[in-house]
Design a protein. Structure first.
Length: 129
C-alpha cells in the first residue's frame, strides 16, 4: 500500500475516532487548526510525536494506542467498525484490472480475479500475454 493512501485512511480513522469518543464535540479539524496555529503560521517544525501530543491536548483524549497501531505497526486499520458507527458499510474486492478504481460490484468472483493476478513482470524469454 502507498503510504500516501494509508495516510489518508489514518486521517479518516483518527477523525472518526475523535468524533466518536468526544461525542462530536471535537474532530480532526480542531487538531489541524491547532497544528496550523502552533506550527504552520509560526514556521516551526513539528516534532516526531508532535501531531500525537497536540491531538491529545486539543481533544482531551488518550490517543497513544491509536497512533501506535496506525503508524508503528502493519495491523489493519479499524475502518469497518468506524465507518459502521456513521452508517456506512465497507466492502472490499480485488481489482479487476490496473485501471479499476472500485465503486462498483465485481464483475467476476474474487477467486477468479485472484487467479488472474499479476505483477506485470516477465522472465527472460517469456512471451508477453
Amino acid at each position: 500500500m502507498s503510504y500516501y493512501g494509508k495516510g489518508g485512511l489514518i486521517a479518516l480513522c483518527l477523525d472518526l475516532t475523535i468524533r466518536r469518543r468526544t461525542r462530536g464535540r471535537k474532530s480532526l479539524d480542531d487538531v489541524m487548526r491547532a497544528l496550523w496555529a502552533h506550527h504552520g503560521r509560526a514556521g516551526i517544525g513539528v516534532p516526531e510525536d508532535g501531531v500525537e501530543r497536540l491531538a491529545e491536548a486539543v481533544t482531551g483524549l488518550r490517543l497513544h494506542a491509536f497512533f501506535e497501531r496506525a503508524l508503528r505497526t502493519t495491523a489493519e486499520l479499524p475502518l469497518a467498525p468506524l465507518l459502521r458507527d456513521v452508517g456506512l458499510a465497507l466492502a472490499m474486492r480485488p481489482a479487476e484490472s490496473a485501471t479499476d478504481r472500485g465503486g462498483k460490484p465485481a464483475a467476476a468472483e474474487a477467486r477468479t480475479l485472484a487467479a488472474q493476478a499479476s505483477l506485470g513482470a516477465r522472465s527472460a524469454g517469456e512471451a508477453p500475454r
